[in-house]
Design a protein around this ligand. Structure first.
Ligand code: GLN
Length: 194
């Protein structure tokens, strides 16, 4: 198994380290030629969704990745990655991959409360650490999207078929369980496509 990590901006290195600890090989996507190789999953890291969206287009990565995701490529978006995958962002006109049936709110916790740490239940895993940094949350899921975690009544993780998103940053804590969940998801998606 080989996982591509979008490495244009943000916390991509931490994802590489998590995957390495799980014994999964990964490589960085920085330019067009990087997506010509085969890969089984894609991580879209936290950072700035506006910047990543702009660079994706400028570097001519956007359309190919959008198509791969629509074709069922397993993808894991954290924070800004969640915003890039959402079909709707309530307080932002810029829509990017528009792949997942969720409505997100950008910088949803406000400036002061935007960054915090908590622990909460993640469906199928149990209680896990969650670090939020100027985080969005999900206002609503619809279609096939399912809620995986909430914090204080706000949706902070969801899954729809081949797509997994978290408003928090699992790559910033030691706990590997969300990355392991993504690896299992890739294996499931592969089995379906066989
Ligand atoms: N606030 C950022 C955005 O709007 C997301 C923050 C993050 O990824 N940690 O893109």
């Amino acid at each position: 198994m080989r996982i591509a990590i979008l490495a244009l901006q943000g916390a991509f290195m931490e994802h590489e380290q998590m995957l390495e600890r799980l014994g999964v090989s990964s490589f960085e996507i920085r330019q067009r030629k990087d997506i010509e190789q085969a890969f089984d999953g894609l991580v879209i890291p936290g950072g700035e969704s506006t910047v990543q969206g702009k660079l994706l287009r400028e570097l001519d990565l956007f359309e190919s990745l959008k198509m791969k995701i629509a074709d069922g490529l397993p993808v894991f978006g954290t924070c800004a990655g969640l915003l890039l995958l959402a079909k709707k962002v309530k307080n932002d006109d810029r829509i990017h991959f528009a792949a997942m049936d969720i409505t997100a709110i950008r910088n949803a916790y406000g400036r002061q409360l935007g960054s915090f740490y908590t622990e909460s239940e993640f469906k199928g895993i149990g209680k896990i650490p969650m670090t939020f940094i100027r985080a969005p949350y999900i206002e609503a899921v619809y279609g096939n999207a399912k809620i995986l975690a909430t914090v204080n009544g706000k949706i902070v993780a969801a899954r729809e078929d081949n797509m997994l998103v978290t408003a928090f940053h699992p790559e910033l804590n030691k706990d590997l369980s969300v990355h392991r969940y993504f690896i299992e998801m890739i294996e499931e998606c592969r089995a379906i496509h066989l």
